[in-house]
Write a protein that binds this ligand. Sequence first.
Ligand code: 5AD
Ligand code: SF4
Length: 435
Amino acid sequence: MTQPKKLFIKTYGCQMNVYDSERMAEAMGGQGYVQTDRPEDADMILLNTCHIREKAAEKVYSELGRYKGLKAERPDLKIGVAGCVAQAEGEEIMRRQPLVDLVVGPQSYHRLPDLMARTSNGAKALDTDFPEEDKFEHLKARPKAKRGPTAFLTVQEGCDKFCAFCVVPYTRGAEVSRPADRVLAEARDLVERGVREITLLGQNVNAYHGHEKGLAGLIRELAKIDGLARIRFTTSHPNDMDDDLIAAHGDCDKLMPYLHLPVQAGSDKILKRMNRQHTAEQYLRLIERLRAARPDLHMSGDFIVGFPEETEEDFQATLDLIAAVEYGSAFSFKYSERPGTPAAERPQVPEAEKDDRLQRLQALLTRQQRALQDAMVGREVGVLFEKPGRMPGQMVGKSDYLHAVHVAAEGLAPGDLRRVRIVESGPNSLKAVLV
Ligand code: 5AD
Ligand code: SF4
């Protein structure tokens, strides 16, 4: 019997890349490839890349450099670059790193087996088109294997917002939604295979229009699937939060009380220059409406410090906004110049200033997160258990609010959804007992 070929995939960046990597692995599975977590054993190495900040792209080139030895030992080894760096840099990647055999953009993954076949005689293959056809439809159906209790499901891709700092509208293209019936079929299949929580993904997921009633309509349909216990979605833009989606946070039990809603900055001058199309006040009013629908909603956000021409006063406005919202979690970044985006042309904030602001911002966010987490002690909450903890007899899962929760109890299994009482708050997780 011939040995199956081995595929090593390394995924960078957002959850959408995690989902895409799973689907690419499935597509290559149809070509007889099995996945390995050791690049040394692989017949094909695929880097699924991220272009959102400069560092993310540089990491890809340094990772590629590390495969030189492997490729020299085994010239048959195929090396591919997928994802947003592939889309943005295309052939430049092969020029800069000649060991790359294949470059494939995020909208062309269904063509991966063909591209691979083209490299068999040592030729190079490149596909960074935005084809009309739906890549997900063309990717082989998910195999019927059992899965863990949580899964990502991409329902929307691309972005039409053109924030002045962001490469996504260029690398992922215009907004496209998958039709609701296909999403529902995929969700039912995931649930049959053991999935109890689905996180709907999209660069601008709340701009979803594959259902006549938008994302809320899709969520309400998904909520009817027996066995599916939890629904989450990410990432959203404040301007696409419609009334029905706000209401769903109050009246759809399966929709979890945690919302990632990036605002990026708190100064109206900066928000305008970022082309965010809303003010700080509008964002705060929106959160008020969301919390009126669901008072215990935990907010999460993204922040950029040191956007071009951001003054200390502008930065203070971001700190004020954070103080007003009280975030349960957040991601924060120093502004990174992306060639081809409008903000890259503006006067830049010195790096030392960015460092200082990031530190102050993160200190505030950490204090807030910790305070909210500590306030969970004594409360009862649902936990979906995912895997055994490091201590014997312990299981780890996620609370409704997405905290990591440890419980020591007999007989718990991955996929169990139980009520627990929080008894302790540690640096990165909560401890709880079953109720
Ligand atoms: N520099 C820094 N952060 C950025 N983001 C997007 N583009 C940039 C950039 N050029 C951040 C935003 C976005 C998150 C995914 O990445 O905060 O919400
Ligand atoms: Fe980028 Fe998000 Fe703005 Fe779209 S809405 S341009 S993905 S930051």
